[in-house]
Design a protein around this ligand. Structure first.
Ligand code: ADP
Length: 274
């Protein structure tokens, strides 16, 4: 299974990625984690990325694309992967499409965690407070000021990816503000073979509507077939055999009167002429 988790910083991508790893036996590929590892190891990529990351800006596309190209080719990624933090720009998404196509691989879905930005800031503040209380080392970019910059980068460069994948029919969205377990359950439902849309369709057997359609077409034909004037005079229609409708009854009465008048007028004229 090959998935992408899409959502702003603090949306819970990492938490959900871990669940997907355990459930599907795939690997989590987080470009943020890889870049932090490169920074810690002091590699050339790490040295290039450090300042950019600390400011909450995006590392150049070619750097992260090269990291991912290398990583998805490794053995542990053969069973599948969940991308967390990549792609983050449309050019990165296009590069990923090319990388997968070259290897004959396909994505199974893109899961978007939808969140309220105001609440995200509070979440990050809480996370920072909890980590500080536990004496854990904070990420250089885990502070509300830098988060504002990360959110701005997300809005400008990453949010358009939702449209990119929606146009390909791959985007699935979940409410990222729900409790963690609910978000996990919603993602599982989206990924299950009998997803919500398919489940609905199985309620109605495919034969019923077809049969109903055929009947109604017949009925329509019968109703529309006009009766010839002659046949209308010869025999009353099945409907008019019984009780006549008010309008019909009035019309019938009038015609009787009319024919009576014509007869009597003609007779009068004939009498005058004589
Ligand atoms: P977040 O918590 O903001 O989702 P990540 O751990 O995914 O953060 O990434 C931290 C930082 O690493 C980003 O702010 C950015 O500077 C850099 N980074 C991670 N992934 C990418 C990427 N795909 N493209 C560009 N920069 C990236």
């Amino acid at each position: 299974m090959r998935l992408i988790l899409l959502g702003p910083p603090g949306a819970g991508k990492g938490t959900q990625a871990q669940h997907l790893v355990a459930k599907h036996g795939i690997v989590q590929l987080s470009t943020g984690d890889m870049l932090r590892a490169a920074v810690a190891a002091g590699t050339s990529v790490g040295l290039r990325a450090k300042g950019i990351m600390d400011r909450g800006e995006l590392v150049p596309d070619e750097v992260v694309v090269a990291i991912i190209a290398d990583r998805i080719g490794q053995n542990d990624a053969k069973r599948g992967f969940v991308l967390d933090g990549f792609p983050r720009t449309v050019p990165q998404a296009e590069a990923l499409d090319r990388l997968l196509a070259e290897r004959g691989l396909k994505l199974d879905g893109v899961i978007q965690l939808k969140v309220d930005e105001g609440i995200l800031l509070k979440r990050i503040e809480t996370r920072v407070a909890e980590m500080t209380a536990r004496g854990e080392k904070l990420r250089a970019d885990d502070n509300p000021d830098v988060l504002m910059g990360r959110l701005a980068a997300y809005r400008a460069q990453t949010a358009p990816l939702a449209g990119y994948y929606a146009r390909k029919g791959m985007l699935k969205s979940v409410d990222g503000m729900a409790p963690i377990g609910d978000v996990t359950a919603a993602i599982d439902r989206l990924l299950s073979p009998a997803g919500p849309v398919k489940a609905k369709l199985t309620i109605k057997p495919a034969t019923k509507p077809t049969r109903r359609k055929a009947k109604s077409a017949k009925a329509k034909g019968r109703a529309k077939k006009p009766r010839s004037k002659a046949s209308a005079r010869r025999a009353p229609s099945r409907r008019s055999k019984g009780r006549k409708s008010g309008r019909k009854a009035r019309r019938a009465g009038r015609s009787k009167n009319k024919s009576g008048q014509v007869k009597s007028r003609t007779r009068r004229r004939l009498t005058k002429a004589r």
